[in-house]
Design a binder for this molecule. Structure first.
Ligand SMILES: *[C@@H]1O[C@H](CO)[C@@H](O)[C@H](O)[C@H]1NC(C)=O
Ligand SMILES: *[C@@H]1O[C@H](CO)[C@@H](O)[C@H](O)[C@H]1NC(C)=O
Ligand SMILES: *[C@@H]1O[C@H](CO)[C@@H](O)[C@H](O)[C@H]1NC(C)=O
Length: 213
């Protein structure tokens, strides 16, 4: 799907210095949301997808998910894909890790069930898809919330906004009604004028310019 993937290699033409510089920027691209918030006790999908110049073949494809509890902490491998999925059963996660991706669809996401406060930290997703030589990497910072984030300010804003909006709506409605009533009245007057006008016309008298505004 990425035509530029094969530019430098497949082209039999002499390789320009620019083209030789290209491959360094190519290779695999791994994408994940930088931050995910999850409520304590819920399930959260830590999504990770990738682009590769090559079709995924299970024999070659390799995936590692690691967890790092703090900046200083070491990375712990807890999920691996090599020919098949392998749960490393890190004690801290128990059996709460569930692979929910599909490597052949470039998705290596997993779901963490019954999120605990201690699950907070950095989750790294490493993907290697030979013949892509570069290993791709993305990381997610998981934040665990124990209660709904305080939205007091925004709720007040919503309430204020809603009441102001509602008030304005009522005012506009009233104005519209008043206008309509006026217009109807005017129309009635106009039709009356027209009637008298027409009557006048039949009489052969009256000014046709009058009454039509
Ligand atoms: C990180 O590690 C260094 C040395 O190992 C230590 O001095 C420092 O306090 C640690 N920082 C944190 C935030 O744990
Ligand atoms: C995953 O980890 C294993 C063992 O540490 C390593 O040999 C392999 O290269 C890693 N693969 C990726 C894609 O990081
Ligand atoms: C997190 O959820 C568990 C289970 O629902 C509960 O027992 C625990 O008290 C919660 N922790 C906090 C800090 O809310």
């Amino acid at each position: 799907p990425l035509p530029q993937c094969f530019l430098p290699r497949s082209a039999g033409v002499p390789v320009s210095p620019q083209a030789t510089a290209l491959p360094t920027g190519l290779g695999m691209e791994v994408m994940a949301p930088p931050i995910i918030n999850a409520m304590n006790g819920t399930s959260v999908k830590l999504s990770c997808t990738f682009n590769s110049c090559y079709k995924v073949e299970n024999k070659q494809f390799s995936l590692n998910w690691t967890y790092k509890a703090c900046t200083n902490c070491s990375e712990e491998l807890f999920l691996q894909f090599r020919m098949k999925i392998m749960n490393k059963q890190l004690e801290r996660f128990g059996n709460r890790v569930e692979f929910t991706g599909n490597p052949t669809k470039n998705d290596v996401s997993f779901t963490l069930n019954n999120v605990q406060l201690e699950d907070q930290g950095t989750y790294n997703c490493y993907v290697l898809n030979p013949p892509d030589r570069q290993r791709g990497h993305a990381s997610i910072s998981l934040k665990v919330l124990t209660e709904e984030p305080p939205k007091r300010d925004s709720t007040v804003a919503v309430i204020v906004g809603a009441s102001v909006g509602g008030f304005l709506a009522v005012v506009i409605l009233v104005l519209m009604v008043v206008k309509c009533v006026r217009r109807k009245k005017q129309q009635r007057l106009n039709t009356d004028d027209q009637k008298t006008e027409e009557e006048g016309k039949t009489d052969g008298e009256g000014n046709p310019e009058e009454g039509t505004k």
